[in-house]
Design a protein around this ligand. Structure first.
Ligand SMILES: [Zn+2]
Length: 199
């Protein structure tokens, strides 16, 4: 039947057009989202925003999961145990731990922020301040912000940076945007007020 065929064709065309429009708007949305990080000024790390959106749930934030300051050095668990006379097999080899000033070993979770300590040896065996959370029942450190110190003792916020795209990243990988190499970036910055030790 010619009429039916025409109707079917028109229906297919209309559905196709609607689908294309939907796809186009999704694409625009995706592009807008990707473009967002480039708006972050170089001197204002985006870590707090990132942490707020992906890690913390303010409504459920309890005393156990509050953001705290942890100071010490990040080392690998096996060598830390060895120094204490504890022999261990290689299963623990890759685990990064914070060895606090008080001598406590706190394992770091290899998540979006803590993973860099497993990947990048430049971040280990040096004095570090971590803004992190630790749950009471699972005492692993969930790192939110990383600070190092220069030879004069000045505090620097650490992240990774793509000079081409001007976007911050938090682990070693090719740039999310242009796939080029990214560099370790240190920017002079004070601790956030909510973890600042009281004078
Ligand atoms: Zn890039």
């Amino acid at each position: 039947m010619p009429t039916n065929v025409t109707r079917t064709n028109r229906f297919t065309l209309l559905t196709g057009a609607a689908l294309l429009l939907t796809l186009a708007s999704f694409r625009l949305f995706a592009v807008a989202q990707q473009a967002e990080p480039t708006k972050t000024p170089a001197n204002k790390p985006a870590s707090d925003d990132h942490a707020a959106t992906s890690n913390s749930r303010p409504a459920e934030e309890t005393k156990e999961t509050k953001k705290e300051l942890f100071s010490g050095k990040v080392v690998l668990l096996q060598e830390a145990l060895k120094r204490r006379g504890v022999k261990s097999f290689d299963e623990v080899k890759a685990q990064a731990v914070l060895e606090t000033d008080a001598g406590e070993l706190i394992p770091i979770v290899p998540d979006w922020r803590g993973r860099a300590f497993f990947q990048d040896e430049r971040l280990r065996d040096r004095r570090v301040d971590l803004v992190a959370t630790r749950q009471k029942a699972a005492p692993y450190l969930q790192v939110l912000m990383i600070f190092f110190f220069d030879e004069k003792g000045t505090r620097h916020y650490m992240d990774y940076w793509c000079d081409v795209c001007s976007i911050p990243m938090y682990e070693i990988k090719p740039c999310d945007c242009c796939q080029a190499d990214i560099r370790l970036r240190l920017q002079r910055q004070e601790l956030p007020t909510f973890v600042k030790p009281k004078p």
